[in-house]
Structure formats: C-alpha cells, structure tokens
Design a protein around this ligand. Structure first.
Ligand code: UD1
Ligand code: CA
Length: 469
C-alpha cells in the first residue's frame, strides 16, 4: 500500500542537562510526557495513523516504549551519536515508503501544535521544495541551532557550539521540526559525518547538503515563537508548564469558566468544565475529570479522574475517581476516594472520608466520619464521628444503611452489617448485629449516676491529709 506521509520522532537522548535518571522525553508537562504532546500534535492531522510514526529510542528505550504503547513503530539507537545518526536508524523502516513526505520531529518540543505541523506540511507541498525547516524568531536564541540565510534563503543551520560570534547574533532558530522529500532524505542521510564541535552526526547538516546540491529548501516561521521551546533542563520544563497551563486556562475562560487566579490554578489537558463554573485559587484538576455547569470549586481542591455534575460546591477537598451528582456540597476538608458515588444533593463535610461507597440522594455525612465499602440509602443522616468498621484484618466487609436511617454521633458500624430503613442508632453505639427497619438500636454501657460522689471524694481526700500530718 502506498503511503504518503511518515513521521520520525527522535527520542533516544538521555537528556544530560535534565540531571535525571528518567529519560528526558518522559518528563511531564501538563500531566503528560513531553513526547506524548509531540505524538498528539502529529496525530491531529499531519500523520493520523500511529503506524506511520517511527520513534527512535535509546536511553531507557524499553521504558519509553512501555510508556507510549505498541500503536507506534520503534527503532533503537544503541549509541547516541547525534540527531542525524538517530534518524539514520529509521532508514530500514523508511525503506517501506516510496516517495512521499517525511516529517522529522524531536521528542522534547512539547508545545508544537497539530495546526502548526499541518501548516508546515501545506507550505512544503505548495512550494514544491525538498525540505522545509520550521523556524522561530526568539528573544534569546542561546542553545538553539541558528538559521543562516543568504540572498536565496536558508543556507545552513549552525549549532550554538559551532557558531561564529556573528552567527550567534541570529535570532531565527531551528525548532528541530522538518518536512523532507523522502527520497532526497534517504539519499542525504548516508552523507552525514561527525566533523563538528560535538563530534556528532548532525541532522541539521542535511539542509546544507541540499542547498549545496541546488535543491529547493525553505523555512516556515512560527507565528508564536514560544511553540518552538525545546526542553533541555528543568527551568525550561517549568517554563513550558507555565505556558501550557495558561493556554489551557485561556481556552476554558473563553468558553465561560471563571478562573479567579490563573497563576494558581492547574487544569490538565483532558479536563472538561461546564459554563459558569468558578475555579477559586489553588485548584488542581487532573486526568479525565469532568466538571458540570455552575459549580464552585476550591479554593485548594484537587480533583483527579472524577465526574462532578452541575451546581456542586466543593471546597478544600481531595477527590480521586469519584462521581458526584447534582447539587452536592463537599468540604471543606473532605476526602472522596476511588469508587465513591454521590447521588444528588448529598452533603459530605469536614474531615469525612468516603471510599468505594454509594451515597443516596439527600444524605448527609457532615463531619468527622469514615464511610467505606458501604451502600447508604437516601435521606440518611450520619452523625459526627461515625465509622464503618469495614476491615476485620483479613477481609473488607460491607455496610448497608437503609433510606431515612439516623445514625447517632460516634457510632461504630462493625461490618458486615445492615441497618434497616428508618432505623435509629443511639449515639456512641458499637453496632455488631443487623437492625430491623424502624427500630432503635442502642449498644453502649448503661449510664449509672452515683449521688454525691464529688462531695464524698473531697472528704476522703481531707481525711487522708489529716492522717498524713
Ligand atoms: C537540536 C538541533 C538544533 C535545534 C534544537 C531544537 C541538531 C544537531 N540540533 O539541538 O538545531 O535548535 O534541537 O530544540 O539536530 N536525540 C537522539 N539521539 C541522539 C541525539 C539526540 O535521539 O544521538 C534526540 C533527543 O532525544 C532529542 C532530540 O533528538 O529528543 C534533540 O536532541 P538534543 O540533544 O536535545 O538537541 P539540541 O541540542 O536541543
Ligand atoms: Ca533539545
């Protein structure tokens, strides 16, 4: 089958400047590895089929491959001899493609967008050139390859370490993303030599060869230079994080979400938020989280992989893999753990923890409780200090509480246990047997009052003191 476009993503480097044991491309921005941003941008249009994306791995290649999955194709670069040498490793797989276009990208440029890559390809095709280099004009070009241009356009790319003082002044830089005519690329690769300051096979030398061979080569200048950012150290990692974070927040704000303090609000790439929801400072929304309309979230709330319906109020709380129905109020200081499902109008208050439990409509767990592995009906009131004792040291056992039940403060419900509909439990009870519907259960020591006890105590003390003298 003839293919038109193939992409190669270079990701073999250790990333020395990161000072890390982890391969650079697996460091994260906006909750995703650097290279995944590159792969998403590619698949947004330029190269939709992951089977047409070849990833060159090297340092900790197995880890990179495990993180990205088997949808892509991989080649290994055993020795990191430079970006040109990395691309050379893809040659056997590129041989499967006849003619067509090859996009080459670095795995450490996470801010490039799918839109940019498509525009790059469009220009490449409409200009009918053999190579197009994606460039950017940046305020500080330090560390990047410089685009050296003559009368007829680009002549070569000079790396920082090889650049003459005058070349270092050039502010148009190589983003590390290119479009090549595949046939010309295959021919050029074999000509690379490591004759430069770093003793590496530079991919960028291909451009010089093409220009010298009178082949047409062009540049495509980025509109937003910040998209060019390549991550080489952790300062740049933080800069990319800040850029992406503001971009994500901007999108939500323009779609009707109020963000009171964008500098202190963190929203992941895949999070969805409904109109008229307000995010207070210190909010972190991660993973596959969905927030409904007209909610108030925060301050200081972290929500991971959870679904929150409309009109909820959640303050100073942590929710992970939880589902929350409409009109719930949560916090301050609630902890909803995986498997928590709240129906509509539920209240979970301060220092209450809920795990793997379904809580029925209108029920309340207002303070200082632990509810685990439970099914709680509707309109149940769980008094302060109630604990479902779900763990007997070996097994997790279930607690079932019927509709309209009233659990008095400081109750221990020793599971497995069932509390019938409308039952009452006296405060301070340790309940070990099922309670029938409508019954009152009291399970605590009977109260005993000893008359005049404190007066007698005083007299006893006095008598002892006199004996002592
Ligand atoms: C490279 C470019 C530079 C450009 C910059 C953009 C070259 C020679 N230089 O420089 O012009 O401005 O990117 O960010 O191409 N890699 C391998 N194998 C290797 C070496 C690198 O796979 O042997 C991979 C790295 O994992 C990385 C990418 O190639 O994802 C770029 O390598 P890096 O060392 O970061 O190149 P730069 O010095 O940033
Ligand atoms: Ca780089």
């Amino acid at each position: 089958m003839p293919h038109n476009t193939v992409a190669v993503v270079l990701a073999a480097g250790l990333g020395t400047r990161m000072k890390s044991r982890k391969p650079k491309v697996l460091h994260e921005v906006a909750g995703k590895p650097l290279i995944e941003h590159v792969l998403s941008a590619l698949q947004e249009g330029a190269v939709p089929n992951p089977q047409d994306i070849i990833i060159v791995t090297g340092y900790e290649g197995d880890k990179v491959q495990a993180a990205l999955g088997e949808a892509y194709r991989y080649v290994r670069q055993e020795k990191m001899l430079g970006t040109g040498h990395a691309l050379l490793q893809a040659l056997p797989l590129l041989a499967e493609y006849q003619g067509g276009t090859c996009l080459v990208l670095c795995g450490d440029t996470p801010l490039l967008t799918g839109d940019t890559l498509q525009k790059l390809m469009e220009q490449h095709h409409s200009a009918k050139v053999k190579a197009t280099v994606l460039t950017a004009r940046v305020p500080d070009p330090t560390g990047y390859g410089r685009i050296v241009k003559g009368k007829r356009g680009i002549e070569k790319i000079v790396e920082e370490k090889d650049a003459l003082p005058a070349e270092k002044q050039i502010r148009e830089i190589n983003t590390g993303a290119y479009c090549f005519d595949l046939t010309v690329l295959k021919q050029g690769l074999s000509r690379l030599t490591p004759a430069n300051a770093q003793g590496e096979y530079y991919l960028t030398d291909l451009i010089k060869y093409l220009v010298e061979g009178q082949e047409p080569v062009e540049t495509f200048l980025l509109e937003d230079y910040q998209e060019a950012m390549g991550i080489n150290n952790r300062v740049q990692l933080a800069e990319a994080e800040a850029y992406l974070r503001q971009k994500i927040l901007r999108k939500h704000m323009l779609q009707g979400v109020t963000v009171l303090d964008p500098l202190h609000t963190y929203v992941g790439l895949d999070v969805r938020i409904g109109m008229d929801t307000v995010l207070y400072p210190g909010v972190i929304l991660e993973g596959e989280t969905v927030i409904g309309e007209d909610c108030a979230i925060g301050p200081y709330t972290r929500i991971v992989d959870s679904r929150i319906a409309d009109h909820c109020w959640i303050s100073q709380s942590y929710l992970i893999q939880a589902k929350v129905g409409k009109n719930c109020t949560i916090g301050p200081y609630s902890y909803l753990r995986p498997g928590t499902e709240l129906d509509e109008e539920v209240k979970v208050g301060d220092f209450a923890e809920v795990k793997n439990s379904v809580i029925g409509r209108g029920s309340k767990i207002p303070h200082l409780s632990y509810v685990g592995d439970s099914v709680v009906g509707s309109q149940v009131n769980i008094g302060a200090g109630t604990i479902t004792c779900n763990y007997d040291g070996e097994r997790k056992n279930r607690t079932i509480i019927g509709d309209g039940a009233f659990v008095g403060s400081n109750t221990n419900l020793v599971a497995p246990i069932k509390v019938g509909d409308g039952a009452y439990i006296g405060a301070g009870s340790t309940v070990t047997r099922d309670i029938p519907a409508g019954a009152l259960a009291v399970a605590r020591g009977e109260q005993r009052n000893i008359e005049n006890w404190s007066e007698k105590k005083k007299q006893r003390k006095k008598a002892e003191e006199e004996k002592g003298n």
